[in-house]
Write a protein that binds this ligand. Structure first.
Ligand code: FES
Length: 106
């Protein structure tokens, strides 16, 4: 596994973008739990953010693609609205310990 960030680098309700080699990732924390996905929209395979570290919709409860507005559940990556509805973000296994947030890359 690869250490993505320090324990306090992803606050509750926050999203962040990361670059691991040539893989773009995004991490979100919701209800204490961290989720990590590949930062790649299933619709046109482009990065999702609308500004640096800005991956969430106005309510902060869904991940939103900046290009055509697809909305994804934070907990599963499932697309629930937009041109790729029914598709999903690619999730990466992750865990947290005293050192921070670790991700499993493929
Ligand atoms: S590229 Fe993401 S919704 Fe079209």
């Amino acid at each position: 596994m690869i250490l993505l960030c320090a324990p306090d680098a992803l606050a509750e309700g926050q999203s962040r973008g990361f670059q691991l080699g040539n893989i773009r990732l995004l991490a979100v924390r919701r209800h204490g739990q961290a989720y990590v996905y590949e930062n790649r929209c299933p619709h046109r395979h482009v990065p999702l953010e609308w500004q640096a570290d800005g991956f969430l919709d106005d309510s902060g409860s869904l991940i939103r693609c900046a290009t055509h507005g697809a909305l994804f559940l934070i907990e599963s990556g499932e697309c629930v609205a937009g041109p790729c509805a029914g598709d999903a973000l690619h999730a990466l296994a992750c865990r947290e310990d005293d050192q921070g947030l670790w991700v499993q890359t493929d």
